[in-house]
Design a protein around this ligand. Structure first.
Ligand code: UTP
Length: 457
């Protein structure tokens, strides 16, 4: 091993890798050295320091407080005013879309990128196709181009790229779709040491959805947005087929509030639902993890009987482009890493035997950017219309619940248009036919006869 790498290991408490290196075959040694060359020493020191701090320091319990939310009754003129603002931004091409799709989707257990997962109830369209068709419909409605940036990660970048190419970008212009790869970050064992994977590589994981700031900057996507005259970015996750992409109401509320970053929330369904809450943490805006609230706090109610901490984060944000630039370049507003204990496949540094160890994974979270925003709006929306996450293989937040939510929504559009479809019949309305109930009711003519399952395009 080169002297420089040897010193890097010795100076940073990683001598165990030297020991194991001496026992490896030449090809394995080469693989390990290749990974070590790429280690960012500064980051490694930072992660080790963070881990040590977590082990040794016990800060006082944080103080949590709820934040006011904006909620519009359907016929509120203020709502119409905000929609008009948002629509104007869309028409003038000032909005970009940013999808984070770099996660590992461990809980779903699907082979391949989560965006390729077939989700729609009748046609089985993959999430990426559903989003792409929605974008085409929005472009048609507002006579605009919505540049679409998609964050991928090491394990799914090539597959995502191939999927879009194989399907001719689902009818979008390839020039408007920009894939940017997030970085990986090394995990550590409980002694603060790098972990050797069974493939003789340094074990790394994607650096979290907060890695998107860096990914947008280093890939040139931010510069591309600036070139295209983008002011505001609509941020969403790959696992929510109900997301209202580029919702003009949300854009309008955010722009009108001169916010740097805004969030959509839904009302927490029961006190112990496992969702993050948009709220104040020691006076600073952020997302309170469900595990951080005590059972009493989670169940606390306001005088009018509503849950005190009820603003469930659904990971849909508007982020000002210049604010993203600031987050990417100004060290004073850099997103922090968080650590979590996870099971990690590894090689024993003493014996070289494969094993599963408890290690520390590091991730950044996009919602930490809220704490740096000088202004922010929190918009409450209806869960049934906007949020149906696909997280687990079965049970709650699974493909089954998401498909049921899509069908419930589409059945409600049909009902409003005078067509009552029995619960037992699967229904699906393509975004290319209608993006919402209003558009649906203006276009749809109930047929004299229809065949089950019902697909409308
Ligand atoms: P999740 O927190 O649900 O993680 O991601 P996940 O990796 O998709 O799924 P599990 O936990 O392994 O089952 C929320 C969103 O953030 C994206 C995901 O793709 C998803 O859209 N994400 C997450 C990234 O883009 N990169 C990451 O490093 C982590």
């Amino acid at each position: 091993m080169e002297q420089r790498l040897r010193m890097l290991l010795i100076d940073n408490g990683q001598e165990h890798l030297l020991k194991i290196y001496n026992r490896l075959a030449p090809a394995q040694q080469a693989a390990l050295c290749e990974d070590l060359q790429q280690i960012d020493v500064h980051q490694l020191r930072e992660l080790r320091a963070l881990f040590t701090k977590q082990q040794t320091e016990h800060p006082p319990e944080p103080v949590f407080a709820p934040v006011p939310v904006t909620r519009f009754p359907p016929n509120d003129p203020e709502r119409a005013r905000c929609i008009a603002i948002g629509e104007e931004y869309l028409r003038r091409g000032r909005i970009a879309l940013f999808l984070v799709a770099g996660g590992q989707g461990t809980r779903l257990g699907f082979e391949g990128p989560k965006g390729c997962f077939p989700i729609t109830p009748v046609k089985g369209k993959p999430l990426f196709q559903l989003f792409a068709e929605t974008i085409r419909a929005l472009q048609h409605r507002y006579q605009t181009v919505l540049p679409w940036y998609i964050m991928t990660s090491r394990d799914n970048h090539a597959l995502t790229d191939a999927f879009f190419k194989q399907h001719q970008y689902f009818g979008l212009d390839p020039a408007q779709v920009w894939l940017c790869r997030q970085q990986d970050v090394p995990s550590l064992d409980l002694m603060g040491r790098l972990i050797l994977s069974p493939e003789y590589r340094i074990f790394k994981n994607p650096n979290g959805h907060g890695g998107s700031i860096q990914a947008l900057a280093t890939s040139g996507a931010l510069a591309d947005m600036a070139r295209r005259g983008i002011d505001e970015v609509f941020y969403f996750q790959v696992d929510n087929p109900l997301v209202k992409i580029a919702d003009p109401l949300f854009i309008g509320v955010h722009v009108d509030g001169r916010a740097q970053m805004s969030s959509k929330v839904v009302t927490k369904s029961d006190p112990h639902e496992r969702v993050g809450i948009i709220g104040l943490i020691n006076g600073r805006l952020g997302c309170i993890e469900y595990s951080e609230l005590s059972p009493e706090q989670a169940a606390a109610r306001t005088p009018n009987g509503e849950l005190l901490f009820s603003s469930a984060n659904i990971a849909i944000h508007m982020i000002n482009r210049r604010f993203i630039e600031q987050l990417a370049t100004d060290p004073a507003v850099r997103l922090p890493f968080h650590c979590a204990r996870k099971n990690i496949p590894a090689l024993d540094p003493e014996t070289g035997a494969p094993q599963t160890i408890c290690g520390i994974k590091f991730e950044m979270f996009i919602f930490d950017a809220l704490g740096f925003a000088q202004r922010s709006c929190t918009l409450a929306v209806e869960r049934d219309e906007e949020f149906a996450p696909v997280k687990n293989r079965t049970g709650p937040d699974s493909p089954e619940t998401a498909r049921a939510a899509l069908m419930r929504l589409h059945r409600s559009w049909l009902r409003a248009a005078g067509c009552d479809i029995p619960e037992s019949v699967a229904v699906e309305i393509s975004p290319l036919f209608a993006l919402d109930a209003e558009e649906f009711s203006t276009k749809f003519v109930p047929p004299a006869q229809w065949a089950a399952p019902l697909y409308i395009e």
